[in-house]
Each structure stands twice: as C-alpha cells, then as structure tokens.
Design a binder for this molecule. Structure first.
Ligand SMILES: Cc1ncc(COP(=O)(O)O)c(C=O)c1O
Length: 403
C-alpha cells in the first residue's frame, strides 16, 4: 500500500515507526522471542523439535506433561469426529454443545464448587468475569503484580481499581481500611504469581477479606493441577478454599488445552453468564479443546503422582540452582525465576542455553522489575534432564559471569 503523507496531522502510526527496539535486538543477535518449534513435547520426553534439533523444554506451562498424552490426543480427535472443528457461535446462541455442559459439570465437581462457566481462553476469562461481576460504585483491590489479563479485567470494569504492594499485607490492610463502606469490595490476586513463582499469602488475605467485608477472586492458572492435595491450587494448599468466592483457572497449563473457567456460587455464575461481554459476544470453545480438558482432568484424578513429581522437580531445581550460586526469587512452586538483571544479559543467557539445546523463558521489564530467566518444571522431566540443565546453566553462568 502506498504511504500517504498526512501533512499537519499527527499520524497514529508514529509510535510504530519509532518503535525500533526489536530490530535493535535482532541486529545485535540478541532477539529472544518467537522461537520456532516444529513439534510439541513428547509425552514422557519433555523435548521438542526445532527443525532437526531436539530441545529440552524447561519453559513450558505444560506442568503435567499432558499435551501430547495419547489419551488426551485421542479424546480431542474423537470430539472433532462427533462435533466438527468449531462451534461457529456464542454459547448463548448456537454454540453450546453437550461437551461444554459436561465440561462445566466435571469442573464444578473437580473444583468442589456449585457452578462453573467456561470461556474461550484464560485471558478472556479474567477479562470477562472481572469486568462483569464488578460495576460502578465497587472497588477492586488488586496485588500490584497481578497477571495482565486480571489487570485488563480491572481496566474494562466500571469499578475503581486500587493496587497494593506485592504480597504486602500491611499495605493491603491500609487500602481496605481506607475504603468507604458503601462501596462493594473485591480483592483480586494470582494464587501463584506467574512471573515471580511465589504464592499469594492467602491465609492473611482471607483474614483481611473477612475483617473488611471484601469478596475474594483468585486466579489459579498456575496452581491448578500442581498445588493442593487434589490439585485444586494454592487455595487448597493453604486450606482456605471455602473463603475464596470466585476461583479462576485456565486450560492452557496443567489441563493441556486452551480455554479458561470461573467457578463460584450458582447465582454468581448465572450473573456472569448473562453479563460478561467476553463470554456472550465470543464463539464457544472448540470441541477438541473441551474434550482434551475432560480427559486431562480424568488423568489428573487418576494419577496424583504427576503432581508430586512436578513439585519435587521444582524443589530440586530450586535447591541446585541456589547451590550453584544463582540468585533466585523466593517461592515453592515449579516456576523458578533466576535473577539476571540486565536485559541484554538475559537475552545472551537465554540464547546460549538455547544453543546448548535447552529452552527457558526470558522475562524482561516491564513484565518484572528485573530481568529473569524463568524455568518451569514438568512432571515428565527426568533426573538426567535436570542434570543437563544444571550443567549448562553452571557453565554458561560462569562464562557470562552471572555466578
Ligand atoms: C496467572 C495467569 N492468568 C491468566 C492467564 C491467561 O491464560 P491463557 O494463556 O490460557 O489465556 C495466564 C497465562 O499466561 C496466567 O499466567
């Protein structure tokens, strides 16, 4: 298309023209994003293909290793045969299949909640649930490090949003104490914070929620399948499930698919179902994705050892990297954030590891305060694979003077 001169008028594309950072990183050979993989990770292998290279995956949210599980794949294929590849409409109109209702019922049973509503993605779930359950005259009180989808839910809501310092309970209480009593209050947190790998101080948050009459919304995207005796997440781990009013989960991590859900009391779900624009005005989850989740839940219930394995691998990696001299953010989840600091150094470390056949996640500000290499463990990682990670990180960490 021809470039048109817009004389005397500010061009909306100016910001794009002057956005040169990715190109600068590419030119310096440091661009770390959009790595191209040519396969998923084999069940039990935790390896993916990059062209003809086998890469050890230490940067996936596939915590239980179920995305390539034979039964999960088979369930998805059977759903395509029965329902087709898409639903071509909103759940409210032509888009509700028997499979969606089965999935909501199964999730309600798994999460021990009265009702569940399934959305197209986890992001959409937070956006749609938060913006519909709060309204003008309400206040959302959110941890400063909540996930972007929660923040967008707050921004899309007509409620006022206030933030408190990350996991700082004194600050949370200060905010709660300052609120007028005629405003409805909803505290919003991640159960497991996705970038930092730490957990919300749910026991104390619950105590404050009761003290100040606030409702509580917990995003369990990284907790479900991993934490708690039955894999229901951080709230189960802390024994506070009955005090969480709305729990959110995503299908893109332990559930080996894509989509998301909220679970709560029946009337709350009924309200969101009829008021959430991200739910009503968006096509329903594809049958293959719904069927994959149903099968994944069955496996999660049948094989609790996967949960124990991913947690044990997380502990081992955390312990060993600390012993090697890496600085880590504190936590006890399978997400292990290694503090690197400088952006270019994060990218170099990431690319050297990739060169060595290991994929990790580079995380740069503003997603986090200081640049990180974020390692995510899976139930299917073997001891030998962990040793390979330690050997590479040790050697490259020394070479780049990180340790
Ligand atoms: C804490 C948290 N909430 C919500 C989401 C969004 O989920 P999805 O990627 O399934 O849309 C993510 C995923 O990145 C997440 O980490």
């Amino acid at each position: 298309m021809q470039q048109q001169a817009r004389i005397g008028v500010k061009d909306i594309f100016d910001k794009a023209t002057s956005y040169t950072k990715p190109e600068e990183f590419r030119r310096a050979g440091l661009y770390p994003y959009f790595t191209e993989f040519s396969s998923g990770s084999d069940s039990g292998e935790a390896e993916v293909m990059m062209g003809d290279r086998r890469i050890l995956m230490f940067g996936s949210n596939n915590y239980l290793g179920l995305t390539t599980h034979g039964e999960v794949k088979q369930a998805a294929k059977a759903a395509i045969d029965q329902y087709g590849t898409g639903c071509s409409g909103s759940r409210m109109l032509n888009g509700t299949m028997t499979l969606h209702l089965q999935l909501e019922e199964k999730l309600a049973q798994f999460m021990q909640r009265e009702a569940v509503l399934v959305f197209g993605t986890g992001f959409q779930t937070n956006l749609g649930a938060l913006s519909s359950i709060t309204q003008k005259g309400d206040v959302i009180i959110a941890d400063r490090n909540i996930h972007a989808s929660l923040l967008d839910g707050c921004l899309a809501s007509f409620a006022k949003t206030t933030r408190y310092r990350h996991n700082d309970m004194v600050d949370l209480e200060k905010v709660l104490a300052s609120l007028p009593s005629d405003e409805g209050r909803l505290i919003v947190v991640d159960g497991v914070f996705s970038m930092e790998g730490d957990t919300a101080n749910l026991p104390e948050i619950v105590r404050l929620a009761w003290k100040y009459g606030a409702r509580l919304y917990v995003d369990e995207a990284h907790g479900i399948g991993v934490m708690g005796a039955n894999g229901r997440g951080a709230a189960e781990h802390y024994g506070v499930e009955p005090d969480v009013d709305i729990v959110m989960g995503t299908f893109s991590k332990s559930f080996a698919s894509i989509g998301g859900f909220v679970a709560a009391r029946r009337e709350v779900i009924e309200y969101i179902k009829h008021h959430s624009r991200a739910f009503v005005y968006s096509a329903s989850l594809a049958p293959a994705n719904a069927a994959a989740v149903l099968k994944a839940i069955e496996i999660i219930e049948r094989e609790p050892e996967r949960r124990a394995q991913v947690m044990a691998m997380g502990d081992k990696v955390r312990r060993e990297l600390a012993r090697l001299g890496f600085k880590l953010l504190a936590g006890h989840t399978p997400i292990i954030p290694v503090i690197i600091g400088d952006e270019a150094l994060v990218c170099r470390f990431f690319l050297e590891l990739l060169n060595d056949g290991i994929y990790t996640n580079p995380v740069l500000p503003p997603a986090v305060a200081q640049g990180l290499i974020r390692i995510s463990c899976m139930a299917t990682h073997s001891e030998e694979q962990a040793e390979r990670l330690f050997e590479s990180m040790h050697r490259i960490g020394k070479q780049l003077e990180i340790i």
